[in-house]
Design a protein around this ligand. Structure first.
Ligand code: AMP
Length: 179
């Protein structure tokens, strides 16, 4: 399909960044291409176009750019999920594992009301550790996580399968082999 080809071609791959062996999938080239950016946002939310979404939660930092656009598109509010220590008001927090050590992410405790319908957005899902923690955080404050949307899936790393096992429908627009 042309659309898939265009969108895929708009992602730039940088070998050995941030360290040897990693193929970094750079979406700044997609964001900088007006047609690709619009199509990506339209396609990400396509399955939920007719349904009511209360909030879109975006994961820092690339999830903010996409999530803001997605929220606008579905007439929802936007909620940032941030690295710890960045949000000024009362937060809820969750720890999650990184390749080396652990990190923590936070959101404002009053950002989402119980049972609100929420779509989670980030640019890419790899092992799913980041998104899994975000889903747990959202559920901790009572959110109904309707879906998780990513432009890029790295299926060999199993992240999308991990989220589906948590009964979160996952939407991705393209997949790349390897990591
Ligand atoms: P994970 O928690 O393993 O699913 O990693 C997902 C997070 O790491 C996302 O916020 C991505 O932006 C980033 N990430 C992981 N692998 C890559 C990659 N190969 N290229 C670009 N970003 C990546």
């Amino acid at each position: 399909m042309d659309f898939e080809h265009d969108l895929r071609a708009s992602v730039r791959t940088i070998p050995d960044y941030p360290k040897p062996g990693i193929l970094f999938r750079d979406i700044t080239t997609l964001l900088g291409d007006a047609r690709a950016f619009r199509r990506a946002v339209d396609q990400l939310v396509h399955p939920w176009a007719g349904s009511k979404i209360d909030k879109v939660a975006g994961i820092e930092a690339r999830g903010f750019i996409l999530g803001g656009a997605v929220a606008h598109q579905v007439s929802a509010g936007f909620v940032p999920i941030r690295k710890k220590g960045k949000l000024p008001h009362t937060t809820v927090r969750i720890a999650y594992s990184l390749e080396y050590g652990i990190d923590e992410m936070e959101m404002h405790a009053d950002a989402i009301h119980p049972k609100e319908r929420v779509i989670l957005v980030d640019d890419l899902i790899a092992t799913g550790g980041t998104a899994e923690a975000a889903v747990k955080l959202l559920r901790q404050i009572g959110a109904n996580v309707v879906a998780a949307c990513f432009i890029i899936d790295l299926p060999d790393l199993g992240g999308a399968a991990k989220l589906r096992a948590m009964e979160v429908p996952v939407r991705t627009l393209m997949a790349f082999d390897g990591h």
